[in-house]
Structures are given as structure tokens and as C-alpha cells.
Ligand binder design. Sequence first.
Ligand SMILES: *[C@@H]1O[C@H](CO)[C@@H](O)[C@H](O)[C@H]1NC(C)=O
Ligand SMILES: *[C@@H]1O[C@H](CO)[C@@H](O)[C@H](O)[C@H]1NC(C)=O
Ligand SMILES: *[C@@H]1O[C@H](CO)[C@@H](O)[C@H](O)[C@H]1NC(C)=O
Length: 868
Amino acid sequence: MFICGLELKSLVSQLCSAVCPYLALETCRQWRLSTKTVNLMRNGKMPTVTIEQAQRNYSKAVKSGLLKILSKMGISLLSSYCGAQIFEIYGLGQDIVDLAFTGSVSKIGGLSFDELARETLSFWVKAFSEDTAKRLENFGFIQFRPGGEYHGNNPEMSKLLHKAVRQKNESAYSVYQQHLANRPVNVLRDLLEFKSDRSPIPVGRVESASSIVQRFCTGGMSLGAISRETHEAIAIAMNRLGGKSNSGEGGEDPVRWRPLTDVVDGYSPTLPHLKGLQNGDTATSAIKQVASGRFGVTPTFLVNADQLEIKIAQGAKPGEGGQLPGKKVSAYIARLRNSKPGVPLISPPPHHDIYSIEDLAQLIFDLHQVNPRAKVSVKLVAEAGIGTVASGVAKANADIIQISGHDGGTGASPISSIKHAGGPWELGLTETHQTLIENGLRERVILRVDGGFKSGIDVLMAAAMGADEYGFGSVAMIATGCVMARICHTNNCPVGVASQREELRARFPGVPGDLVNYFLYVAEEVRGVIAQLGYEKLDDIIGRTDLLRARHITLLKTQHLSLSYILSCVGMPKLSSTEIRNQNAHTNGPSLEETLLADPEISEAIEYEKEVSKSTRIYNVDRAVCGRIAGVIAKKYGDTGFAGQLNITFTGSAGQSFGCFLTPGMNIRLVGESNDYVGKGMAGGEIVVTPVDCTGFVPEDATIIGNTCLYGATGGQLFVRGKAGERFAVRNSLAEAVVEGTGDHCCEYMTGGCVVVLGKVGRNVAAGMTGGLAYILDEDDTFVPKVNKEIVKIQRVNAPAGQMQLKSMIEAHVEKTGSAKGTAILREWEAYLPLFWQLVPPSEEDSPEACTEFERVAAAGRVTVKSA
Ligand SMILES: *[C@@H]1O[C@H](CO)[C@@H](O)[C@H](O)[C@H]1NC(C)=O
Ligand SMILES: *[C@@H]1O[C@H](CO)[C@@H](O)[C@H](O)[C@H]1NC(C)=O
Ligand SMILES: *[C@@H]1O[C@H](CO)[C@@H](O)[C@H](O)[C@H]1NC(C)=O
């Protein structure tokens, strides 16, 4: 019985190389012939299709489904996917695994063939028995339905929770807790219970609730996906408690970084629409998510974080990125993300950006460089093999590893991603904790876990399995007002939780105090259980799987499950959880920049906004150079406030991330060459790269900067006398650049800014480019087929403003780099101009001749504009 792409995915992954979906094709035929369909077509309510067309449409849908799965897994070829067995089995017994899925991971055992057959028959009976109605039962697998399958987040649960937190009614919280305790077995931890080797102690002797809540975090829900009000209310609540909220991807408004001082009657003009505020509240998110370093990630954002989170994947939809629909990109959201209102913001999965543990280690290094105080966390998805990945992440110098279970995520996940993706955090956490202990790495990292947390018992289960900190996602939204309308992506959220529409946001019902109440109740629940167990601190419970045992439940489906994997113990870390949490952020060790910052002239120039010029050698072991200085400037002056000028000339070979997170006022010049990621995340300033001398080679044919340069840049300028590597200006949002050639994937996912290429480019130019402009010189008429035309349009440079912009950028390039190629072009401008192409994404179409950012920069005198 084969119906959809999901099943095709499993079959193919299991080595099957041809599939004949005869039953599904027959179903298409029957559908087309049915009276209902015929009537719908006759009334014009449905386009008319033939049987063959319907079957072709079905095949096409299955194919798209399969391609989507391949891309989620990071696999490009069907032949690499076929037989890859990239899935994990939950709930099938050994006999099935050995016969049908030989060699696949199945950690918890489960059903036998007999039981599967019985289950299948019970479905069959429902469809064919005499007395049932014709209509098949809808179990509500996707969305809650009364009488259907149990859902963790359901209307009753949310009503009980709203009542408890809004009325601050402790006995109402107990009712909520009872509802959870009595739910049907829903997740693996429901099969476990606590036992103790001690007798209970009075609750009064247990660690305080205010200390326990400091281990609580909220999930990374981006401003944009949810409204300002929700995002701010959550942040304020966590700051009141000393816990941590997570900004999600997409930047943060700087007004939120200062404590409120203007609150009157619970209202503050700084944070309009929010009520229940107090003077002294801060709406900053302690954890700032950088994902892989893009939307809204500026030096100031980074230095104002307590923690920085790199998101490798998200539990609810592993392997997928996000997409903020254009209608949710309001003017405010666009400003924070350095983009334009109404433009959809594609955020592809990070495995498009971080290919290897080395790339990850480099990003962790960059973040530690720019903000040495902040701990860096890496978010991973619970799945088989996570232990090995986590060991690599720990060695890559992460401070925190976050394990995300499959039932996390807000309501914005596509329906096709909700099921059959990701694993239970119980298994991921156990594997990670054990692998780290076995490798002597557990003391180096804090383990944080999230995914469907709702109550104190969830916290305690996670603690016993080894977690130090606990994340709450959906439930935090519900406590602040979400009513689970599950239409987050439509921008029509009825209570303004997940909408950017002004009139809906005004309806936002929550106050920060609701969430504070909720977390205090959870912490009290934790205390109660710890006291029952006879212990005094959460520290005493962490890693203690011996305090857990299987609950006696007689359910056909769970009777053969074995949780011995979760209950096993491979030892305890050498430090207590509190000692691990109290360690300082890891450091990068001595760097070239510390020497520069120790130079009194430089530190004075930063302190008193003076001008200074310096020269120094650079070697390829010097990584992320300028990031630390940029961090110091951003901390003191913000992203634009610095009026001094640091001119630094480096000679030699720069290591990775040269000039990362550069701020305005930094003019850096590199005489030599550089590795990957030049100007990563730069927010301003200028980078000029030129060869030492040009004897023996032609600069425009030689690559002198590596791959992925200008990644996620939000401002500034880059001039390179030579070629760049692959993925040049990927995710650039406002920076401008002139280079003399690039590798493949130039301008990928660009959302703004301007790129000029005075030579050859590789294939797949402008894939996913939704904003900004690019000018490419095409001397031998080979450019057009290299463009990825899914989004952008390509045209000649006809508009005078475009011609002027192009010319003045080349002039600036010649002035700064002495480029021979640029000089030749300017000398014969009339002949060269017709050879340029302009790439125009849809959002720039209404103003094809203008590049407003460029005009702004020009007006600020950072580029000299000469009339054409
Ligand atoms: C089937 O595909 C055709 C063209 O490929 C399209 O016009 C038609 O709307 C599709 N039919 C349905 C029912 O989606
Ligand atoms: C608190 O909640 C309980 C249980 O729902 C209810 O019986 C009681 O009346 C509530 N108390 C107040 C003061 O609202
Ligand atoms: C720094 O560089 C800028 C532009 O390149 C130049 O105008 C300025 O004079 C330089 N400052 C010093 C102190 O050399």
C-alpha cells in the first residue's frame, strides 16, 4: 500500500530503486470518475483534468515530496540517497528490523509482525465493517479534533494553563498538572516514573524556586514569526526571573537593551501595546540567535548578548530552513533584518552554510572573538548519531549544546514537516550525555534540552537523563496568550501573538507576569518532587538515571518497548551541574588583535574617537582579525556611532574571517591574500585587498580571497583586485563590493546591497537573490546561461542612475586598488558599458534605476559619486 512521498522516501532509502504505485494511480482514476469530482468540474469549482493528467499531477507531487526530503537531508543525487538508510526506527521489534530494515538503528524495540498485522486489520475492519458509516474516521493526526488522537497542546490544556497563570491560582495549576499526569502515553518519558533511595524531606530544605528558574530558557522564536508584544513579553518575563529568552533569528530592536524607566500604570511609551510593565524591566533577549550569521546579525547585536546561539537545525523540522512570508515583513521587521518590507525572507537550512565541523568551529571562533564574554551554544536535533556530532561540537569550543526534540516548534512548520522528522529528546539527550562522558568532554559543555516541555516533571526527567538547562517553546507562547489557532504563517493570528498586523497586535492579551507565574509554578513543582525524592538540589538529580524506572502500563503498543538504553548510566561528570554552568565562556587564546588593542595609539583612537594609521604583518593562523576591535567599538558606540578612524594595513596571508563584523570607522587594507569568509557579517567600514605585486600573473585571473566572502554583511564596502572564490556575497544585505571575478553561486540569497564583478563568474549566479543589485561584465557573451533565473531578471544597464552607480563604483575601485582592469574599463567606458548585465530581483523592479542604499552611502561621503 503506497500512497505518498513519505513512504517513497522510506522505500528508496531502504534500497528500493523502482516503485509502482498502482493503488494510488487507480485511486486517481476512481477520484476522476467519481460523481462528486465530475460535478465539481462541471460547476467550474475545479479545473477540468483527464484521468492521465490527474495521474501525472499525482506523480509530480510525489516527485516534489521526494526532492524536498533529499534536500532536507543535504543529498543531491538519488543514487546517494538510495540505500542510505537515513532513518531511525522507533517502536519496531527486532524481528521486523532484521528482516525488513537490516542494520537500521532501533534503540527501543517494539512491535512484532503479529501486532502490526493486528493493527492493520483493525483499520481494515473500520473501513469495511457493515455497521460503520461510510466516512472514514479522522483521527486528527495533524490538528487537534475532539475525540481524535491526543495532542500535547490541546484546548483543554491551554484553558487550564491560562486560568492558572492569569488568576495566579495555585490550585488551578494543580489541575493543569493533573491533566498532564493523566494524559495517555504520549512521549517516551510518559513510560517512566521516579523512585528514590531516600525518604522524603520537607520542601523548605530544597533549593529555592528562584534558583531553579535560572535554568529555564524559552525557545528561539523569531520576531517576525511572532509579534513584538509576544517577543517582548517573553523576554521581560525571563529577565525578571533570571532565566533566558531567545531572540530567534532576525535581530533585535536596540531600544530593548536598556532597562525601562518610563513606566506609568504598567504602560511604557518605549514598548507600546504591552501592559503589566514595571520600571527596571528589560526586554533584551539573553540568548541572541545568529543561526549561521545573517538577518539582523550586526556587531552591536552580538556584543549585547549574554549568549549566542548557532542553530544547526531545529527539532520540529530538521533539515529545513524557515521562510518569513512577505506579508509578515512589516516596515519594522524589515528594518531589523536589514531588508525591505514585503519581501519574503528565505532562511535556508544551516547545512547550506555550515558544511563541516571546521566551518562550525570557525563560526564559534568568530563569535568568541567579537564577544569574548558570551557563551556560544549550538543547537542540534535529537537523532541517532547526535553523540558523535556533539563531541565534535564540544571540541569545536562550543560552551553549550542544545538538544532539540521533534515535538518542539511553533505553529509555523509546514504540515509536511511536522510528522516523521526528528526524534524524541529523551534518546538524543541520553546519547549525547553518555558519549560526552565517555570522551571526557561532558565538563566542557552545558547541556540544554527542549521539545514539548510543559511541567516540572518534564524538567526532572530531563535532569535525570543529564540535562543542565531546560527550554520551553510552545507552552511559553500559550502562557503568554497563544490560543493555538495554528495559522501563524497567515499573519491573521486572532490574538496578535503571531501577527504583524497592527489591529491584531492591539488585541494581544498577555502580560509578562503571566509567564513569570507559570515558571514559578513549574519550579515549585520541581521542588516538591525533589523533596519527595529526599534530595536538596537539582544538582543531585542531574544524570541520575538510577532514580528512574519503567512505569507499569498495560498498553498493547508499548509492552515490548525497552527503555534500558535511557536507564543505563555510564558514569557521572567530574564537576557538578552548577560548577559546569558557572564556568566562564571559553576563549580563543592570544590573538593578533590583542597586540593591536594593547597599542596605546589604537586604544586611544577608540576611546576618544581619533584617527590613527597602523601597519602590521599577518599570517594565515591569524583568524577573525578585526572582529575583536569591532566588538569593542560596537559595545561603546553601537553600529554607527563611532566617529574615529582606524586605518590598518596588513601585509601577508590572512586566515579565515578576515575583517569579520567590521564596523564603520574601520578602514582595513590587506596586501597579500586571504582565506575564506572575508568581511563576514561586516556592518560598515572598508576592506581593500590587493596583491603584493602583479609580476608573473594577471590579477583578474587569480583568486586572492577565498569562499563565502561578505557572508551576511549588513554594510560597508569591499574592493578586491583579483577574483573571489565561491558563494561571493552570499546573504549580503547591504554591503557593496567590487571584485574582478568570482566562483560559482555569486550573490546567493542576497537581500540587498550591490555587487560589481569586472570579470568571469561561475555558474548559478543569483540563486535565491531577493534584493539588491548586481552588475556583471560579460566580455565573451557567456554570462546569461550561468544565471539562476528562478527569481531575478536580467537586463542591460540602460537607466542613467544604474550607469552612474556602476561607473562610480568602478572609479572607487580603481582609486583604492589601482586595478588595471578597472582603469581599462573606464578608459573605454562607451565600449564596455554595453557589455555589462544588471541583475534585478523583483523587489527592486519598481525602482530599477535606484539603489537607495548606495545613494545614502554616497551622501554620507563614503564614496565619491562623479557624474556620468
Ligand atoms: C494538474 O496539472 C495541470 C497542469 O500540469 C494543472 O493545470 C491542473 O490544475 C492540475 N490539476 C489539479 C487538480 O491540481
Ligand atoms: C482556583 O482554581 C480552583 C480550581 O480550578 C477553583 O476551584 C478556585 O475557585 C479558584 N480560586 C480563585 C480564587 O479563583
Ligand atoms: C585613513 O584613511 C582615510 C581614507 O583612506 C584617509 O582619508 C585618512 O587620511 C587616513 N587617516 C590617517 C590618519 O592616515
